[in-house]
Structures are given as C-alpha cells and as structure tokens.
Design a protein around this ligand. Structure first.
Ligand code: HEM
Length: 141
C-alpha cells in the first residue's frame, strides 16, 4: 500500500529520471542479463550482447511503462492491465524475475542519482516496483 508520502517521493524521483528514461532502462536490462543470466531465457529472439540496440529499444519501452505507472499511482491495476495479460498469458514470465529487474533498476538509480536517491526515495521506489510487480503477476492466479 503506497502512502501519500510514498506517492510524493515516487513522483519527485521520476522527475529526475524523466530525461534519462531510455538510458536507465537500457542499463537496468543490461545489468539484469549479466547479473541474472537466467533472465535471458525469455529473450531468445533478442541480440543480448552489450550495446545491443534491441536491449536499448526494450529498455525504453520498460521505462516508459514505469513512467506511465507513476502517472497512475492510484490505479495501477487498471493502468498495467494489458501488460499484466502479456506477461502472464503470452510471455509466461515467472514472477520471481520481477524482483530481479527491480533490483537492477534500483542499482542504476543509485549509481546515477547518488545522494538524490536517498533512503526515503529508495524505500518509496521499492514499494512502487513491488506494487508494479504484484500487478504484472496477479493474472497468474
Ligand atoms: C515486453 C514492461 C518485467 C520479459 C514488455 C513490454 C513492456 C514491458 C512495456 C513491451 C510490450 C509491448 O511491446 O507491447 C515490463 C515492466 C516490467 C517487466 C514494466 C517490470 C517492472 C519483465 C521481466 C521479464 C520480462 C522481469 C523477464 C525476465 C518481457 C519479454 C517481453 C516483454 C520477453 C517481449 C519482448 C519482445 O519480444 O519485444 N515488458 N516488463 N519483462 N517483457 Fe516485460
């Protein structure tokens, strides 16, 4: 459950991300594929080498989806409904993987934002990514 303060922090944080969405998305995915190579099994059709344009393009989509979710903090289930269908029914991504991507995205934020990624921001953004993951996984039941 996101509190009013969490929501405020998430929106503030995303203002700092907004100009770098593609870059941060790309770095998070690159990091996920290297740190947790089991995640590569979902992307057999992708070029997964460092510097891959396909990873960059996908990172842009993932970050844009997160940006949209930030605009719908009161309504995440509805905002992410189609993505939830896609990941559950079509892609069949094991929900455990959402935590791995969340972890990688947070390392990217910490690396780029430094002090601006304060413990309060970290706490709020972690709750946000957990909420997104919960929605993306809810159709598995
Ligand atoms: C596709 C978002 C986590 C695997 C997508 C797309 C978006 C997205 C926006 C493109 C949908 C479209 O083209 O219509 C997200 C978000 C995530 C997340 C917001 C969590 C924060 C994951 C994880 C995996 C994964 C953890 C697997 C490790 C895929 C795959 C595709 C996809 C395989 C299809 C790629 C393609 O063929 O173009 N995701 N995703 N996603 N996602 Fe996710």
């Amino acid at each position: 459950m996101l509190t009013a303060d969490d929501k405020k922090h998430i929106v503030q944080l995303w203002e700092k991300v907004a100009g770098h969405q593609e870059e941060f998305g790309n770095e998070a995915l690159q990091r996920m594929f290297i740190t947790y190579p089991q995640t590569k099994t979902y992307f057999p059709h992708f070029d997964l080498h460092p510097g891959s344009e396909q990873i960059r393009g996908h990172g842009k989509k993932v970050a844009a989806a997160l940006g949209n979710a930030v605009k719908s903090l009161d309504n995440l289930s509805q905002a992410l409904s189609e993505l939830s269908n896609l990941h559950a029914y079509n892609l069949r991504v094991d929900p455990a993987n959402f935590k791995l991507l969340a972890q990688c995205f947070q390392v990217v934020l910490a690396a780029h934002l430094g002090k601006d990624y304060s413990p309060e921001m970290h706490a709020a953004f972690d709750k946000f990514l957990s909420a997104v993951a919960a929605v993306l996984a809810e159709k598995y039941r």
